[in-house]
Ligand binder design. Structure first.
Ligand code: SAM
Ligand code: SF4
Length: 456
């Protein structure tokens, strides 16, 4: 068998695309290998969201060129493929900067990998079309063995692209316009995953709660309606979804957190900033108070929900007062976790041309302060779990022998002592202590609860 090494950078959508490319290539006689050395095909699935992500790709390509050269000297031919959003945005420029690259393929064209690879044996190829055809209709199903190897939690892309055009963001340009997969196609994929033992599915999309796919009845289904259908699949015990936009959190979706036990009490709902002036300049189309009121409604439906967000620090024109609004919002909401980034100007986006770009040093200072507050709230959320009994989905062996690692309903990493092979089981765990990144607990005795009604 030929060997392929796939390295994915960036978001969950890239992880999902990387797995789909592995599925396509397994039907072409390739098996996956964990290292680039020795591989016949090396595929970088890239991210264009921030400049640093792009620079990482070029650094990585330099190393791969050396591997290709060394393997060539030993008589082994190696092909290098760049896929993902850098491929889409940079196209042929990638091969000009790194001539060792054989094929550049965008995120909407990778279903054509077999023909493109055949072509790449004759000449260097670039395919960054955003075709009208639905690539999902052409993707082969993963083999059962591949599903098992990937574990009991899986991503399923239900939506792609974005029509929101936030002023800082490249996604609408690299992933294209919003597209929702038909319900029937998604259900075939979820049922196949469940039959192979998957218990936890995360429905993903750049703007997942804008989902509006064609239902089997011919009507347009919302994400909430889709989740009700997914919840009926035997074996699927947990449903999550990401990433959502505040403008698209409708009443049905909020109600699903109250009504569907399979929908986990965790929501990643990026707000980006706390200042109304900056939110308007970002074209987010909501204010800080609208976000706060939305959170109140979500918490009324599911009081124990863990919330998470993305923040951008140093958007052009951000004053100290604007930044303080972000800190205030973080302290008021008390997120269970969050991602935060320095603003990175992206070529072709409106914000890149704005005056008043913020000096790097000031950005770093603000980011440091913000991350300190985020960490404070994260630790407080985790510490509050000590003494509680939660349901943990056991996903894999832990770091040490006799340990199993899993996830709480709130997406926290949990470690328990157990020699039993319980991977895929959902067990009741009493949380005993926390470390920086994990909770530690023991299996609860039958009937044991903390009496707080928290365990989901
Ligand atoms: N659709 C999601 C939303 O609206 O929140 C986010 C998708 S984006 C792939 C993930 C995160 O990257 C964003 O929420 C934002 O915080 C961050 N991001 C996007 N563009 C950025 C930029 N130019 N500089 C810094 N961070 C950026
Ligand atoms: Fe980017 Fe998200 Fe805004 Fe779409 S909604 S433009 S993906 S940040």
């Amino acid at each position: 068998m030929k060997k392929v090494h796939i390295k994915s950078f960036g978001c969950q959508m890239n992880v999902y695309d990387g797995q789909r490319m592995a599925d396509i290539l397994s039907h072409q006689g390739y098996e996956e290998t964990a290292t680039p050395e020795g591989a016949d095909l090396i595929l970088l699935n890239t991210c264009h969201i921030r400049d640093r992500a792009v620079q990482k790709v070029y650094t990585e390509l330099g190393k791969l060129r050396d591997i290709k050269k060394a393997q060539g000297a030993e008589g082994q031919e190696t092909k290098i493929v760049v896929a993902g959003c850098v491929a889409q945005a940079e196209g042929g420029e990638i091969q000009r900067r790194q001539p060792a690259v054989d094929l550049v393929v965008g995120p909407q064209a990778y279903h054509r990998l077999p023909e493109l690879l055949a072509e790449a044996h004759k000449r260097r190829v670039v395919d960054t079309d955003l075709p009208v055809e639905d690539k999902f209709g052409f993707l082969p199903a993963p083999k059962r063995q591949a599903i098992l190897a990937r574990g009991v939690s899986a991503f399923v892309t239900v939506q792609e692209g974005c029509d929101k055009f936030c002023a800082f963001c490249v996604v609408p340009y690299t992933r294209g316009a919003e597209f929702s997969r038909p319900v029937a196609q998604i259900m075939i994929e979820v049922e196949r995953l469940a039959e192979a033992g998957v218990r936890d599915v995360t429905l993903i999309g750049q703007n997942v709660n804008a989902y509006h796919g064609e239902g089997p009845d011919g009507a347009v289904w919302s994400l909430a309606r889709l989740m009700h259908r997914v919840a009926e699949v035997p074996g699927i015990a947990r449903i999550r979804y990401t990433t959502s936009h505040p403008r698209d959190m409708d009443d049905d979706l909020i109600a699903a957190h109250r009504d569907l036990p399979q929908v986990m009490p965790f929501l990643h709902l990026p707000v980006q900033a706390g200042s109304d002036r900056i939110l308007a300049a970002m074209n987010r189309k909501h204010t800080g108070d609208e976000y706060r009121r939305l959170i109140d409604r979500i918490r009324s439906a599911r009081p124990d929900i863990a919330l998470s967000s993305d923040f951008i620090v140093g958007f052009p024109g951000e004053t100290d007062a604007d930044f303080e609004d972000t800190i205030r919002l973080v302290d008021e909401i008390g997120f269970a976790s969050s991602y935060s980034f320095n603003y990175s100007p992206r070529p072709g986006t409106p914000a890149a041309d704005l005056d008043a770009q913020i000096p790097r040093e000031l950005m770093n200072e603000r980011l440091y302060r913000l991350q300190d507050r985020i960490e404070h709230h994260r630790q407080a959320f985790n510490r509050a779990m000590v003494g509680r009994t939660v349901d943990v989905l056991l996903e894999r062996a832990g770091r040490y022998p006799g340990q199993l690692a899993g996830k709480s309903p709130y997406l926290q990493a949990v470690q328990i002592e157990s020699d039993a092979n319980q991977i895929g089981d959902i067990v009741r765990v009493v949380i005993e202590k926390t470390s920086t990144n994990s909770l530690f607990g023991r299996l609860a005795e039958p009937g044991e609860t903390d009496g707080k009604g928290l365990a989901a």
